[in-house]
Design a protein around this ligand. Structure first.
Ligand SMILES: NC(=O)c1ccc[n+]([C@@H]2O[C@H](COP(=O)([O-])OP(=O)(O)OC[C@H]3O[C@@H](n4cnc5c(N)ncnc54)[C@H](O)[C@@H]3O)[C@@H](O)[C@H]2O)c1
Length: 343
């Protein structure tokens, strides 16, 4: 089996994680790294013996890769993905897929027309505690799902991350399109249902530039009457990352610090629980390895992309709905799905 020659476009924080994953994944080899900042490209490329570029078109023209991972600021995803597709390269594009759903459709069409894989990097699908929660839910551990609650806190003050995250023309928004994307993704994926409508409130507290939102409370109405609540805050409350699935016969909780736990109604009593997957320091590296392995399987034509373009677009539709609802102060219906149900 010849190695898939992989190019990294964007070698910042998450580009490094993909590079580490590739080192540990058989059948995949990073052969080129591109970053606008030559020193950033060099830092990732040199230890791998990969070619270095400062423009993605030069990387494409070099003929050194079969597939790419796009890790650039959000608004740049679409142009880079369509250029790569036109050159016959398979693509793993980081979350959020784009800053609007039209761009998602453009990318999807470009990759379909070129006959290349488009895989969206929703890492939650590969985190071991999330996978354990999904398996328990789908095998009936808490009976039919009724509701999902998800809370994330994060520091979103200027200086907490690179400047482009605070420029809505580049990032597409604030805390919700960046961090909330993970919550929307894991809620839809775990529930296995599309969202039909959204009601949301966003705060634009004065601690960031350009008026991006700093805090969001959102209520999602999913297929089959399932309700999801998402709270994302950049207040300086104690750190929180906690998802709870409520079913007819119990609950599953996934929380930072503890991992995934099962709380069945007929279990060991109030507060008692069974550990489904304890948190491990290897969870994030492992998720990046498993995601890359799934991408490689899709590139080799052995399985469909584990996270499809249609799915990535639906995540963006929900985010658009959240922004629209909070601006209008009313419930917003979402477009009917272009593809199959998520169940
Ligand atoms: N899956 C996850 O858990 C996860 C975590 C963090 C970030 N992300 C996503 O990964 C992407 C990158 O985020 P990041 O945190 O690595 O940001 P970052 O700012 O650390 O890195 C982005 C890099 O892209 C480079 N760049 C900018 N324009 C470019 C261009 N035209 N061509 C080539 N390189 C260019 C920048 O110089 C920078 O080094 C975003 O979509 C972000 O939301 C995903």
């Amino acid at each position: 089996m010849t190695d898939i020659r992989l190019g990294l476009i964007g070698a910042g924080a998450v580009g490094v994680l993909h590079a580490q994953a590739a080192r540990a994944t058989s059948g995949v080899r990073v052969t080129a790294v591109c970053d606008l900042v030559a020193a950033t490209a060099h830092a990732v490329a040199a230890p791998l013996g990969a070619a270095e570029f400062t423009g993605h078109r030069e990387l494409i023209a070099s003929g050194t890769v079969d597939a790419v991972v796009v890790n650039t600021p959000h608004a740049l995803h679409t142009g880079i993905v369509t250029d790569c597709a036109a050159a016959g390269l398979h693509v793993l594009v980081e979350k959020p897929m784009a800053t609007n759903s039209e761009d998602c459709t453009v990318m999807d069409r470009a990759c379909r027309d070129a006959g290349v894989v488009l895989f969206v990097g929703h890492i939650q699908h590969f985190l071991p505690p999330m996978v354990a929660a999904k398996t328990a839910l789908d095998t009936g551990a808490i009976g039919p799902l009724l509701a999902v609650s998800d809370w994330r806190s994060t520091d979103y003050r200027p200086g907490s991350r690179p400047d482009w995250f605070f420029d809505p023309a580049v990032s597409g928004g604030g805390v919700f399109i960046n961090i909330g994307t993970h919550c929307v993704d894991r809620l839809l994926w775990l529930a296995g249902r599309r969202a039909l409508a959204v009601s949301a409130t966003a705060a634009h507290r004065g601690n960031t530039r350009a008026g991006i939102e700093t805090d969001v409370l959102a209520r999602l109405e999913l297929e089959d009457g399932i309700v999801g609540h998402i709270g994302v805050t950049s207040t300086q409350l104690p750190a929180r990352d906690e998802l709870v699935l409520i079913g007819e016969r119990g609950a599953i909780r996934v929380a930072r610090g503890t991992g995934a736990t099962l709380h069945p109604d007929d279990g060991p009593g109030a507060g008692g629980s069974t550990v489904l997957a304890a948190e491990s320091a290897d969870d994030v590296p492992r998720a990046f390895r498993d995601q890359l392995a799934a991408f490689a399987e899709a590139v080799r034509g052995r399985q469909a992309p584990a996270v499809s373009a249609d799915y990535g677009r639906h995540v963006i539709e929900v985010i658009e709905g959240v922004y629209k609802s909070s601006a209008a102060g009313e419930r917003v219906g979402l477009p009917a799905g272009l593809g199959a149900s998520l169940a």
